[in-house]
Design a binder for this molecule. Sequence first.
Ligand code: ADP
Ligand code: MG
Length: 269
Amino acid sequence: MIGQTVSHYRILEILGEGGMGVVYLAEDTHLARRVALKFLTSSDHQYRARFLREARAVSALSHPNIAAVFDYGETADQQPYIVMELVKGKTLSKLLREGGLTLAQAVEFTAAVAEALSEAHREGIVHRDIKPSNVIVTERGKVKVLDFGLVKQLLEEPSRSSDPEARTLYAVHTRSDVIVGTPLYLSPEQASGKPVDGRSDLFSLGALLYECIAGQSAFSGSSVLEIGAQVIHEHLDLDIFPDENGLAGAPADYEHGAISGGPTGCRQR
Ligand SMILES: Nc1ncnc2c1ncn2[C@@H]1O[C@H](COP(=O)(O)OP(=O)(O)O)[C@@H](O)[C@H]1O
Ligand SMILES: [Mg+2]
């Protein structure tokens, strides 16, 4: 792909690769600016139609914490792609790997993601895949959320299935049975294949905040099923949080919100 031109986008280098496709750095030769170009691997008809519908909806979102969608297209061999704002910085997953965040950063970044979600939910768009690799923190400390509505919607079951386990798996598998992304931030309703709304994003946000503070993911397990079962049935381990002294300086309502409003709290909503 590198060196090729698709429409008026010249592909320069690879930015990253996720479960659904590859993201490239590209130059928009009309406007002479750099953009991110995301290709999707599937060329399934229904999938493309949904992807286009969602890309249209997301392109209407305009918010400082949401990476903008500029364009949509398909290559000559009908591979769909989306053109996004290029966000320079580090993903939250990288920042977490590099040694974690301060409590103040954890709160600040999560609050910025919440702002983005609030705007999207107001417009009727559910993100469906809030996770650390979909959040980029720029060099100036600004937070941008990527991939609104673009991924998980495509994975929801095409028709009703009576087997709850089959539905669970559908949410995290592609048709070729390859696991797409991680189930670590899925809400119980996503993990069990039920319809989702904005509350599902808040569950994932709670899992994200947990990880930002604790330095380890809220749920764990060695398989998709094990993690899914934990998300649905288990209570969170809150003992790993620092004691009151460790959280000194955090506003009292934050401390309460982080722990009881996190995934465990959400589950009881
Ligand atoms: N708009 C963007 N600007 C800069 N980097 C991006 C952008 N979109 C995606 N990336 C990079 O590409 C990687 C792969 O993205 P993606 O295919 O969505 O997979 P995932 O979200 O599972 O990591 C991301 O982790 C990120 O590092
Ligand atoms: Mg992504």
